[in-house]
Write a protein that binds this ligand. Structure first.
Ligand code: FE2
Length: 257
């Protein structure tokens, strides 16, 4: 594992050095820390699921490198919005190929890692992939979502307004959640983030992953341990819509026990 950690550290350090300004530094650093936490959460989930040694190894590498395309993306375009720049997952796979980072692995291990990295950026996982790949990809996708929530409550509030705006895709800080969104959440529907208009809508849509798009049981333990629901609740101003949504999420979590 050491060589992958060394590659990650050297590769990302380089982007911290060539960053064009402090703005780029903040957001490149944010993705370095994100990658490390997704790695930590993914390993935790894989261990709790009692995956085989070799599968845990694949999870370890894939989670650390899943966002390796983010650094070149932000350096080049100063945005993490794929549709305004580049598909960061495909770019990441291309970088790993070019630099021959995965070449010491067996062919099928390498292919699995590449597939997991590609699929972490899909809206939904394809239904026709092997059970094993589905499980491995789900672990990274869960950990990625958990860390979006983790950062929202623990990291982003400490950033400047300008930098917070990047995280919230420049949506306004407005105490508004539409009735349509409340209905989608109460019916466990997947939500297109591009339709959201406020930061509160983004926050509750993130929290709604808990009932609609978290796939591995151990992921709920991390969400509990990190106190993510309570912290999100406290981050938001009160409203009737917020209350309805959080009542729903809390009761879902209570039923899991
Ligand atoms: Fe990503």
């Amino acid at each position: 594992m050491e060589e992958y950690i060394n590659f990650f550290n050297n590769y990302t350090k380089h982007y911290m050095q060539i960053a064009k300004n402090d703005f780029q530094k903040v957001h490149i650093n944010r993705k370095i820390e994100h990658s490390k936490r997704v790695n930590k959460f993914s390993i935790e989930i894989a261990k709790e699921l009692k995956l085989e040694e070799n599968e845990q190894y694949i999870i370890n590498i894939a989670s650390l490198l899943h966002d390796i395309g983010r650094f070149e993306q932000f350096y080049k375009y100063s945005t993490y919005v794929d549709k305004d720049s580049v598909n960061h997952a495909l770019l990441g796979c291309q970088i790993l190929e070019e630099k021959q980072i995965l070449n010491k692995l067996k062919e099928d291990e390498k292919n699995t890692i590449i597939e997991i990295i590609k699929m972490h950026n899909y809206k939904e996982l394809p239904k026709d992939i092997s059970q094993k790949l589905y499980l491995l990809a789900s672990i990274i996708r869960d950990a990625d979502k958990i860390d979006w929530l983790y950062a929202m409550v623990n990291i982003i509030p400490n950033l400047s307004q300008e930098n917070q705006a990047v995280f919230y895709s420049n949506k306004p800080e407005k105490n508004y959640i539409s009735k349509e969104l409340v209905n989608l959440i109460l019916n466990d529907q997947k939500i297109a983030r591009s339709n959201l208009t406020t930061r509160d809508e983004l926050r509750v849509s993130g929290i709604a992953w808990i009932t609609s798009d978290i796939n591995c049981k151990p992921s709920y333990n991390i969400i509990k341990k990190e106190d993510i629901i309570n912290k999100t609740y406290k981050l938001m101003k009160d409203s009737e819509e917020k209350k309805i949504i959080f009542d729903y999420i809390y009761s879902y979590m209570n039923k899991l026990n």
